[in-house]
Design a protein around this ligand. Structure first.
Ligand code: DSN
Length: 490
Protein backbone atom coordinates (compact mmCIF):
# COMPACT_ATOMS: atom_id res chain seq x y z
CA UNK A 1 0.00 0.00 0.00
CA UNK A 2 1.26 3.45 -0.83
CA UNK A 3 0.56 6.53 1.24
CA UNK A 4 -1.64 7.68 -1.66
CA UNK A 5 -4.02 4.86 -0.85
CA UNK A 6 -4.96 6.60 2.37
CA UNK A 7 -7.03 9.70 2.58
CA UNK A 8 -5.91 12.98 1.15
CA UNK A 9 -7.60 16.13 -0.01
CA UNK A 10 -7.68 14.58 -3.46
CA UNK A 11 -9.65 11.56 -2.27
CA UNK A 12 -9.32 7.85 -1.81
CA UNK A 13 -6.94 5.69 -3.75
CA UNK A 14 -5.88 8.47 -6.13
CA UNK A 15 -2.47 6.83 -6.40
CA UNK A 16 -3.88 3.71 -8.05
CA UNK A 17 -6.97 5.13 -9.74
CA UNK A 18 -5.93 4.01 -13.24
CA UNK A 19 -5.40 0.43 -12.10
CA UNK A 20 -8.66 0.43 -10.14
CA UNK A 21 -10.46 1.76 -13.24
CA UNK A 22 -9.15 -1.16 -15.30
CA UNK A 23 -10.26 -3.59 -12.60
CA UNK A 24 -13.78 -2.17 -12.35
CA UNK A 25 -14.21 -1.86 -16.11
CA UNK A 26 -13.25 -5.50 -16.52
CA UNK A 27 -15.48 -6.61 -13.63
CA UNK A 28 -18.49 -4.77 -15.03
CA UNK A 29 -17.91 -6.26 -18.49
CA UNK A 30 -17.97 -9.71 -16.89
CA UNK A 31 -21.13 -8.99 -14.86
CA UNK A 32 -22.81 -7.60 -17.99
CA UNK A 33 -22.41 -11.01 -19.64
CA UNK A 34 -24.53 -12.64 -16.94
CA UNK A 35 -27.01 -10.07 -15.59
CA UNK A 36 -26.72 -6.69 -17.27
CA UNK A 37 -29.26 -5.13 -14.92
CA UNK A 38 -26.92 -5.69 -11.98
CA UNK A 39 -24.07 -4.07 -13.90
CA UNK A 40 -26.33 -1.12 -14.74
CA UNK A 41 -27.44 -0.70 -11.12
CA UNK A 42 -23.81 -0.87 -9.99
CA UNK A 43 -22.82 1.92 -12.40
CA UNK A 44 -25.86 3.96 -11.37
CA UNK A 45 -25.04 3.58 -7.67
CA UNK A 46 -21.64 5.16 -8.20
CA UNK A 47 -23.19 7.93 -10.27
CA UNK A 48 -25.77 8.61 -7.52
CA UNK A 49 -23.17 8.58 -4.75
CA UNK A 50 -20.92 10.88 -6.76
CA UNK A 51 -23.69 13.39 -7.37
CA UNK A 52 -25.31 13.72 -3.96
CA UNK A 53 -24.36 15.13 -0.58
CA UNK A 54 -24.00 12.00 1.54
CA UNK A 55 -24.60 13.08 5.12
CA UNK A 56 -25.80 9.85 6.72
CA UNK A 57 -23.72 9.68 9.88
CA UNK A 58 -23.18 5.93 9.65
CA UNK A 59 -21.99 5.89 6.04
CA UNK A 60 -18.66 6.51 4.36
CA UNK A 61 -16.75 5.67 1.17
CA UNK A 62 -14.32 2.76 1.43
CA UNK A 63 -11.19 2.85 -0.71
CA UNK A 64 -11.10 0.92 -4.00
CA UNK A 65 -8.50 -1.34 -2.36
CA UNK A 66 -11.01 -2.28 0.34
CA UNK A 67 -13.86 -2.68 -2.15
CA UNK A 68 -11.84 -4.78 -4.57
CA UNK A 69 -10.67 -7.07 -1.78
CA UNK A 70 -14.28 -8.07 -1.16
CA UNK A 71 -14.80 -9.36 -4.69
CA UNK A 72 -12.74 -12.54 -4.54
CA UNK A 73 -12.95 -16.28 -4.14
CA UNK A 74 -12.45 -15.98 -0.38
CA UNK A 75 -16.24 -15.64 -0.55
CA UNK A 76 -16.46 -19.31 -1.55
CA UNK A 77 -14.73 -20.73 1.51
CA UNK A 78 -16.32 -22.06 4.67
CA UNK A 79 -14.22 -21.43 7.78
CA UNK A 80 -16.33 -21.94 10.90
CA UNK A 81 -14.24 -21.88 14.04
CA UNK A 82 -11.34 -19.54 14.64
CA UNK A 83 -7.78 -19.01 13.43
CA UNK A 84 -5.94 -22.35 13.56
CA UNK A 85 -9.02 -24.14 14.90
CA UNK A 86 -11.54 -24.67 12.10
CA UNK A 87 -14.34 -27.13 11.50
CA UNK A 88 -13.32 -27.31 7.81
CA UNK A 89 -10.16 -28.29 5.99
CA UNK A 90 -8.01 -26.01 3.83
CA UNK A 91 -8.49 -22.79 5.82
CA UNK A 92 -4.83 -21.74 5.81
CA UNK A 93 -5.40 -18.65 3.66
CA UNK A 94 -8.48 -17.62 5.61
CA UNK A 95 -6.33 -17.99 8.74
CA UNK A 96 -3.83 -15.60 7.18
CA UNK A 97 -6.36 -12.84 6.47
CA UNK A 98 -8.33 -13.25 9.69
CA UNK A 99 -5.12 -13.15 11.74
CA UNK A 100 -4.01 -10.05 9.85
CA UNK A 101 -7.32 -8.28 10.45
CA UNK A 102 -7.12 -9.11 14.16
CA UNK A 103 -3.47 -8.03 14.37
CA UNK A 104 -4.17 -4.67 12.72
CA UNK A 105 -7.17 -4.16 15.02
CA UNK A 106 -5.15 -4.95 18.15
CA UNK A 107 -2.35 -2.62 17.12
CA UNK A 108 -4.64 0.18 15.97
CA UNK A 109 -6.80 0.20 19.08
CA UNK A 110 -4.25 -1.04 21.63
CA UNK A 111 -6.52 -3.95 22.54
CA UNK A 112 -5.29 -7.22 24.06
CA UNK A 113 -7.57 -9.24 21.77
CA UNK A 114 -9.57 -8.65 18.56
CA UNK A 115 -12.16 -10.79 16.79
CA UNK A 116 -12.72 -9.96 13.12
CA UNK A 117 -15.58 -12.31 12.25
CA UNK A 118 -18.84 -10.44 13.04
CA UNK A 119 -20.83 -9.74 9.90
CA UNK A 120 -22.37 -6.55 11.24
CA UNK A 121 -22.77 -4.39 14.34
CA UNK A 122 -25.74 -6.42 15.56
CA UNK A 123 -23.65 -9.55 15.24
CA UNK A 124 -20.73 -7.96 17.07
CA UNK A 125 -23.03 -6.99 19.93
CA UNK A 126 -24.54 -10.48 20.06
CA UNK A 127 -21.08 -12.00 20.24
CA UNK A 128 -20.23 -9.59 23.05
CA UNK A 129 -23.44 -10.27 24.99
CA UNK A 130 -22.96 -14.01 24.77
CA UNK A 131 -19.29 -13.76 25.66
CA UNK A 132 -20.28 -11.84 28.79
CA UNK A 133 -23.04 -14.32 29.63
CA UNK A 134 -20.75 -17.29 28.97
CA UNK A 135 -17.99 -15.82 31.14
CA UNK A 136 -20.08 -14.46 33.99
CA UNK A 137 -23.02 -16.86 34.17
CA UNK A 138 -22.43 -20.07 32.23
CA UNK A 139 -18.85 -20.82 33.32
CA UNK A 140 -19.48 -20.36 37.08
CA UNK A 141 -22.79 -22.21 36.69
CA UNK A 142 -21.00 -25.19 35.17
CA UNK A 143 -18.34 -25.09 37.88
CA UNK A 144 -20.99 -25.05 40.58
CA UNK A 145 -22.56 -28.15 39.06
CA UNK A 146 -19.18 -29.86 38.73
CA UNK A 147 -19.45 -29.97 34.91
CA UNK A 148 -16.94 -28.94 32.25
CA UNK A 149 -19.27 -28.58 29.27
CA UNK A 150 -22.95 -27.78 28.75
CA UNK A 151 -23.40 -31.19 27.14
CA UNK A 152 -22.43 -32.82 30.46
CA UNK A 153 -25.48 -31.42 32.27
CA UNK A 154 -28.73 -33.26 32.87
CA UNK A 155 -31.78 -31.81 31.15
CA UNK A 156 -33.01 -30.39 34.48
CA UNK A 157 -29.67 -28.72 35.30
CA UNK A 158 -29.37 -27.32 31.78
CA UNK A 159 -32.86 -25.84 32.06
CA UNK A 160 -31.87 -24.16 35.35
CA UNK A 161 -28.72 -22.71 33.80
CA UNK A 162 -30.55 -21.69 30.63
CA UNK A 163 -33.13 -19.85 32.66
CA UNK A 164 -30.35 -18.04 34.56
CA UNK A 165 -28.69 -17.08 31.27
CA UNK A 166 -31.98 -15.64 30.07
CA UNK A 167 -32.71 -13.68 33.23
CA UNK A 168 -29.91 -11.12 33.36
CA UNK A 169 -30.04 -7.33 33.42
CA UNK A 170 -28.68 -4.74 31.06
CA UNK A 171 -28.55 -0.96 31.45
CA UNK A 172 -28.01 1.10 28.29
CA UNK A 173 -28.73 4.48 26.78
CA UNK A 174 -32.35 5.18 25.87
CA UNK A 175 -33.28 5.12 22.20
CA UNK A 176 -34.60 8.65 22.02
CA UNK A 177 -31.43 10.10 23.54
CA UNK A 178 -29.24 8.30 21.03
CA UNK A 179 -28.92 4.68 22.17
CA UNK A 180 -29.17 1.80 19.72
CA UNK A 181 -31.86 -0.81 19.22
CA UNK A 182 -29.38 -3.59 19.95
CA UNK A 183 -28.76 -2.23 23.47
CA UNK A 184 -31.59 -4.22 24.98
CA UNK A 185 -34.69 -2.85 23.25
CA UNK A 186 -37.66 -5.17 22.85
CA UNK A 187 -37.97 -5.19 19.04
CA UNK A 188 -34.38 -6.50 18.90
CA UNK A 189 -33.18 -9.91 20.09
CA UNK A 190 -31.16 -8.15 22.85
CA UNK A 191 -34.42 -6.96 24.45
CA UNK A 192 -35.78 -10.48 24.42
CA UNK A 193 -32.58 -11.80 26.04
CA UNK A 194 -32.16 -9.21 28.77
CA UNK A 195 -34.28 -7.47 31.36
CA UNK A 196 -33.40 -3.96 30.21
CA UNK A 197 -33.54 -0.46 31.62
CA UNK A 198 -32.16 2.67 30.09
CA UNK A 199 -30.48 5.86 31.19
CA UNK A 200 -31.28 9.10 29.40
CA UNK A 201 -29.69 12.51 29.22
CA UNK A 202 -30.15 15.66 31.28
CA UNK A 203 -33.39 17.41 30.30
CA UNK A 204 -31.74 20.85 30.21
CA UNK A 205 -28.34 20.20 28.66
CA UNK A 206 -29.09 17.03 26.69
CA UNK A 207 -25.81 15.59 28.04
CA UNK A 208 -25.25 12.28 29.83
CA UNK A 209 -25.60 12.83 33.57
CA UNK A 210 -23.10 10.38 35.08
CA UNK A 211 -24.57 10.74 38.57
CA UNK A 212 -27.94 9.70 37.17
CA UNK A 213 -26.34 6.73 35.37
CA UNK A 214 -24.64 5.72 38.63
CA UNK A 215 -27.91 6.01 40.55
CA UNK A 216 -29.74 3.89 37.96
CA UNK A 217 -26.95 1.30 38.07
CA UNK A 218 -27.02 1.13 41.89
CA UNK A 219 -30.74 0.60 41.86
CA UNK A 220 -30.98 -1.82 38.91
CA UNK A 221 -27.69 -3.70 39.45
CA UNK A 222 -27.18 -4.74 35.80
CA UNK A 223 -24.87 -7.53 34.72
CA UNK A 224 -24.00 -5.41 31.68
CA UNK A 225 -23.61 -1.66 31.46
CA UNK A 226 -23.66 -0.56 27.83
CA UNK A 227 -22.16 2.74 26.70
CA UNK A 228 -22.13 3.98 23.14
CA UNK A 229 -24.68 5.50 20.82
CA UNK A 230 -25.81 6.06 17.28
CA UNK A 231 -27.34 9.52 17.61
CA UNK A 232 -25.71 11.33 20.56
CA UNK A 233 -23.64 14.25 19.28
CA UNK A 234 -21.21 14.34 22.19
CA UNK A 235 -18.25 12.49 23.64
CA UNK A 236 -18.58 10.02 26.50
CA UNK A 237 -16.33 9.73 29.54
CA UNK A 238 -15.65 6.00 29.51
CA UNK A 239 -13.48 6.13 32.63
CA UNK A 240 -16.54 7.32 34.54
CA UNK A 241 -18.65 4.58 32.93
CA UNK A 242 -16.10 2.00 34.06
CA UNK A 243 -16.16 3.37 37.62
CA UNK A 244 -19.93 2.98 37.64
CA UNK A 245 -19.69 -0.55 36.23
CA UNK A 246 -17.08 -1.53 38.82
CA UNK A 247 -19.12 -0.12 41.68
CA UNK A 248 -22.11 -2.34 40.86
CA UNK A 249 -20.17 -5.36 39.57
CA UNK A 250 -21.26 -4.88 35.96
CA UNK A 251 -19.31 -5.66 32.82
CA UNK A 252 -18.75 -2.50 30.78
CA UNK A 253 -19.49 -3.05 27.13
CA UNK A 254 -18.93 -0.14 24.75
CA UNK A 255 -20.47 -0.05 21.30
CA UNK A 256 -18.20 2.36 19.42
CA UNK A 257 -19.65 1.60 15.98
CA UNK A 258 -20.27 5.25 15.21
CA UNK A 259 -17.05 6.75 16.46
CA UNK A 260 -14.49 3.97 15.97
CA UNK A 261 -12.79 6.14 13.34
CA UNK A 262 -12.32 8.91 15.87
CA UNK A 263 -10.79 6.41 18.29
CA UNK A 264 -8.57 4.94 15.57
CA UNK A 265 -7.57 8.44 14.46
CA UNK A 266 -6.63 9.46 18.05
CA UNK A 267 -9.25 12.19 18.28
CA UNK A 268 -10.81 10.41 21.25
CA UNK A 269 -8.02 9.70 23.71
CA UNK A 270 -7.69 9.21 27.48
CA UNK A 271 -11.08 8.97 29.18
CA UNK A 272 -12.82 9.36 25.78
CA UNK A 273 -11.13 6.27 24.33
CA UNK A 274 -13.34 3.33 25.32
CA UNK A 275 -10.86 0.54 24.64
CA UNK A 276 -8.71 0.75 27.80
CA UNK A 277 -11.80 1.17 29.99
CA UNK A 278 -14.28 -1.35 28.58
CA UNK A 279 -14.19 -5.08 29.23
CA UNK A 280 -15.59 -5.61 25.74
CA UNK A 281 -15.74 -3.09 22.89
CA UNK A 282 -17.72 -3.65 19.71
CA UNK A 283 -17.78 -1.75 16.46
CA UNK A 284 -18.80 -1.87 12.87
CA UNK A 285 -16.03 -1.42 10.34
CA UNK A 286 -17.86 0.61 7.70
CA UNK A 287 -18.82 3.85 9.44
CA UNK A 288 -16.22 6.41 10.52
CA UNK A 289 -13.63 3.59 10.39
CA UNK A 290 -14.15 3.53 6.59
CA UNK A 291 -13.77 -0.17 5.99
CA UNK A 292 -15.97 -2.87 4.50
CA UNK A 293 -19.48 -3.51 5.85
CA UNK A 294 -18.91 -5.68 8.94
CA UNK A 295 -18.21 -5.87 12.66
CA UNK A 296 -15.36 -6.31 15.10
CA UNK A 297 -15.07 -7.14 18.81
CA UNK A 298 -12.20 -6.11 21.07
CA UNK A 299 -11.85 -7.66 24.51
CA UNK A 300 -9.73 -8.05 27.60
CA UNK A 301 -7.96 -11.36 28.24
CA UNK A 302 -10.81 -12.33 30.59
CA UNK A 303 -13.48 -12.22 27.88
CA UNK A 304 -11.30 -13.19 24.89
CA UNK A 305 -11.82 -16.99 25.06
CA UNK A 306 -15.61 -16.59 24.97
CA UNK A 307 -15.53 -13.96 22.23
CA UNK A 308 -13.33 -16.31 20.20
CA UNK A 309 -16.21 -18.82 20.18
CA UNK A 310 -18.51 -16.29 18.44
CA UNK A 311 -18.73 -18.68 15.50
CA UNK A 312 -20.58 -21.01 15.73
CA UNK A 313 -22.05 -19.76 19.05
CA UNK A 314 -23.79 -16.78 17.46
CA UNK A 315 -22.41 -16.30 13.97
CA UNK A 316 -22.74 -18.23 10.76
CA UNK A 317 -19.66 -19.00 8.71
CA UNK A 318 -17.24 -16.06 8.60
CA UNK A 319 -17.21 -13.88 5.49
CA UNK A 320 -13.57 -14.44 4.64
CA UNK A 321 -13.61 -11.96 1.75
CA UNK A 322 -14.86 -9.27 4.15
CA UNK A 323 -12.30 -10.19 6.81
CA UNK A 324 -9.64 -9.75 4.12
CA UNK A 325 -11.07 -6.31 3.35
CA UNK A 326 -11.11 -5.48 7.08
CA UNK A 327 -7.37 -6.24 7.15
CA UNK A 328 -6.83 -3.82 4.24
CA UNK A 329 -9.00 -1.09 5.78
CA UNK A 330 -7.36 -1.42 9.19
CA UNK A 331 -3.95 -1.20 7.52
CA UNK A 332 -5.15 2.05 5.93
CA UNK A 333 -6.39 3.32 9.29
CA UNK A 334 -2.93 2.74 10.76
CA UNK A 335 -1.43 5.26 8.30
CA UNK A 336 -0.74 8.72 9.74
CA UNK A 337 -3.11 10.25 7.15
CA UNK A 338 -6.03 8.60 8.91
CA UNK A 339 -5.43 10.73 11.99
CA UNK A 340 -5.69 13.85 9.86
CA UNK A 341 -8.89 12.49 8.36
CA UNK A 342 -10.40 11.75 11.78
CA UNK A 343 -9.56 15.22 13.11
CA UNK A 344 -11.12 16.72 9.97
CA UNK A 345 -14.29 14.69 10.57
CA UNK A 346 -14.64 16.24 14.05
CA UNK A 347 -13.67 19.76 12.90
CA UNK A 348 -16.14 19.56 10.03
CA UNK A 349 -18.96 18.48 12.35
CA UNK A 350 -18.29 21.60 14.43
CA UNK A 351 -18.39 23.74 11.33
CA UNK A 352 -21.69 22.14 10.26
CA UNK A 353 -23.16 22.68 13.73
CA UNK A 354 -21.98 26.30 13.86
CA UNK A 355 -23.43 26.81 10.39
CA UNK A 356 -26.83 25.64 11.63
CA UNK A 357 -26.68 27.66 14.85
CA UNK A 358 -25.76 30.93 13.16
CA UNK A 359 -28.76 30.46 10.85
CA UNK A 360 -31.08 30.08 13.83
CA UNK A 361 -31.59 26.32 13.81
CA UNK A 362 -31.96 24.22 16.96
CA UNK A 363 -29.53 21.39 17.70
CA UNK A 364 -29.94 18.64 20.26
CA UNK A 365 -27.35 19.37 23.02
CA UNK A 366 -26.69 22.72 21.35
CA UNK A 367 -23.84 21.47 19.18
CA UNK A 368 -21.43 18.59 18.67
CA UNK A 369 -18.02 17.36 19.62
CA UNK A 370 -17.97 14.17 17.61
CA UNK A 371 -18.86 13.33 13.99
CA UNK A 372 -22.61 13.94 14.07
CA UNK A 373 -25.13 16.71 14.44
CA UNK A 374 -28.77 16.21 15.41
CA UNK A 375 -31.04 18.93 14.06
CA UNK A 376 -34.41 19.45 15.71
CA UNK A 377 -36.69 20.29 12.76
CA UNK A 378 -39.71 21.32 14.85
CA UNK A 379 -38.74 24.99 14.47
CA UNK A 380 -39.24 24.57 10.71
CA UNK A 381 -42.72 23.19 11.42
CA UNK A 382 -41.75 19.81 9.98
CA UNK A 383 -41.55 16.21 11.03
CA UNK A 384 -38.29 14.38 10.51
CA UNK A 385 -39.93 12.37 7.74
CA UNK A 386 -40.97 15.49 5.82
CA UNK A 387 -37.55 17.07 6.27
CA UNK A 388 -35.72 13.92 5.16
CA UNK A 389 -37.83 13.64 2.00
CA UNK A 390 -37.54 17.32 1.08
CA UNK A 391 -33.77 17.20 1.54
CA UNK A 392 -33.57 14.11 -0.64
CA UNK A 393 -35.50 15.93 -3.38
CA UNK A 394 -32.66 18.44 -3.35
CA UNK A 395 -29.94 15.75 -3.44
CA UNK A 396 -29.11 15.93 0.27
CA UNK A 397 -29.03 12.39 1.69
CA UNK A 398 -29.73 12.20 5.43
CA UNK A 399 -31.83 10.15 7.79
CA UNK A 400 -34.62 11.19 10.11
CA UNK A 401 -34.01 10.43 13.75
CA UNK A 402 -35.83 10.68 17.07
CA UNK A 403 -34.91 13.49 19.42
CA UNK A 404 -35.30 13.26 23.22
CA UNK A 405 -39.01 12.99 24.17
CA UNK A 406 -39.89 13.05 20.49
CA UNK A 407 -43.57 14.00 20.02
CA UNK A 408 -43.66 12.27 16.62
CA UNK A 409 -42.28 8.88 17.65
CA UNK A 410 -39.53 6.93 15.94
CA UNK A 411 -41.20 6.53 12.52
CA UNK A 412 -41.99 10.16 11.69
CA UNK A 413 -39.63 11.64 14.31
CA UNK A 414 -38.64 15.29 14.79
CA UNK A 415 -34.96 15.21 14.00
CA UNK A 416 -32.49 14.88 11.15
CA UNK A 417 -29.14 13.27 11.86
CA UNK A 418 -26.14 14.53 9.89
CA UNK A 419 -22.66 13.03 9.84
CA UNK A 420 -19.40 14.27 8.37
CA UNK A 421 -17.37 11.05 7.76
CA UNK A 422 -18.36 10.53 4.10
CA UNK A 423 -18.00 14.05 2.74
CA UNK A 424 -14.78 14.50 4.73
CA UNK A 425 -13.43 11.49 2.85
CA UNK A 426 -14.25 13.34 -0.38
CA UNK A 427 -12.20 16.27 0.85
CA UNK A 428 -14.89 18.66 2.12
CA UNK A 429 -13.54 21.12 4.68
CA UNK A 430 -14.98 23.62 7.15
CA UNK A 431 -16.12 26.10 4.46
CA UNK A 432 -17.96 23.44 2.50
CA UNK A 433 -19.72 22.22 5.64
CA UNK A 434 -20.82 25.75 6.45
CA UNK A 435 -22.26 25.87 2.93
CA UNK A 436 -23.96 22.51 3.52
CA UNK A 437 -25.67 24.04 6.57
CA UNK A 438 -26.81 26.96 4.41
CA UNK A 439 -28.25 24.60 1.79
CA UNK A 440 -30.05 22.46 4.37
CA UNK A 441 -31.60 25.53 5.98
CA UNK A 442 -32.58 26.76 2.51
CA UNK A 443 -34.43 23.49 1.80
CA UNK A 444 -36.14 23.28 5.19
CA UNK A 445 -37.17 26.94 5.18
CA UNK A 446 -38.80 26.35 1.80
CA UNK A 447 -40.64 23.20 2.82
CA UNK A 448 -44.23 23.37 4.00
CA UNK A 449 -46.07 20.55 5.74
CA UNK A 450 -49.43 19.70 4.22
CA UNK A 451 -52.37 21.02 6.21
CA UNK A 452 -53.47 18.73 9.03
CA UNK A 453 -50.17 16.93 9.39
CA UNK A 454 -51.16 13.94 11.39
CA UNK A 455 -51.07 10.20 10.82
CA UNK A 456 -49.75 9.37 7.35
CA UNK A 457 -49.86 13.03 6.36
CA UNK A 458 -46.94 13.58 8.74
CA UNK A 459 -44.98 12.41 5.72
CA UNK A 460 -46.47 14.92 3.27
CA UNK A 461 -44.97 18.27 2.33
CA UNK A 462 -44.43 20.66 -0.53
CA UNK A 463 -41.07 22.08 -1.52
CA UNK A 464 -41.14 25.59 -3.03
CA UNK A 465 -40.46 25.68 -6.76
CA UNK A 466 -36.85 26.21 -7.70
CA UNK A 467 -35.44 25.17 -4.31
CA UNK A 468 -34.27 21.71 -5.34
CA UNK A 469 -32.59 23.02 -8.52
CA UNK A 470 -30.88 25.86 -6.65
CA UNK A 471 -29.54 23.51 -3.96
CA UNK A 472 -28.47 20.84 -6.44
CA UNK A 473 -26.54 23.41 -8.46
CA UNK A 474 -24.73 24.73 -5.38
CA UNK A 475 -23.97 21.15 -4.22
CA UNK A 476 -22.65 20.21 -7.66
CA UNK A 477 -19.97 22.89 -7.44
CA UNK A 478 -18.67 21.44 -4.16
CA UNK A 479 -19.03 17.84 -5.33
CA UNK A 480 -17.16 18.56 -8.57
CA UNK A 481 -14.37 20.25 -6.64
CA UNK A 482 -14.10 17.19 -4.36
CA UNK A 483 -14.69 14.20 -6.63
CA UNK A 484 -15.47 10.76 -5.27
CA UNK A 485 -12.74 8.33 -6.34
CA UNK A 486 -10.90 10.87 -8.50
CA UNK A 487 -9.51 9.33 -11.65
CA UNK A 488 -11.72 6.28 -11.38
CA UNK A 489 -13.63 5.80 -14.64
CA UNK A 490 -16.06 3.03 -15.46
N1 DSN B 1 -27.72 1.76 11.06
C1 DSN B 1 -26.75 2.34 11.92
C2 DSN B 1 -26.92 3.82 12.01
O1 DSN B 1 -27.36 4.38 11.05
O2 DSN B 1 -26.60 4.41 13.02
C3 DSN B 1 -26.76 1.74 13.25
O3 DSN B 1 -27.36 0.50 13.21
Amino acid sequence: MTADASVSKSGLGAGYAATASEAYQAALRVIEQVEPRVAAATRKELEDQRSSLKLIASENYASPAVLLTMGTWFSDKYAEGTVGHRFYAACQNVDTVEALAAEHARELFGAPYAYAQPHSGIDANLVAFWAILATRIEAPGLAELGAKHVNDLSEADWEKLRSKLGNQRLLGMSLDTGGHLTHGFRPNISGKMFHQRSYGTDAQTGLIDYDAVAAAAREFKPLVLVAGYSAYPRRVNFAKMREIADEVGATLMVDMAHFAGLVAGKVFTGDENPVPHAHVTTTTTHKSLRGPRGGLVLATEEYAPAVDKGCPMVLGGPLSHVMAAKAVALAEARQPEFQTYAQNVADNAKSLADGFLKRGATLVTGGTDNHLVLLDVQSFGLTGRQAESALLDAGVVTNRNSIPNDPNGAWYSSGIRFGTPALTTRGFGADEFDKVAELVVDVLSNTQPTAASNGPSKAKYTLADGTADRVRAASAEMLDANPLYPGLTL
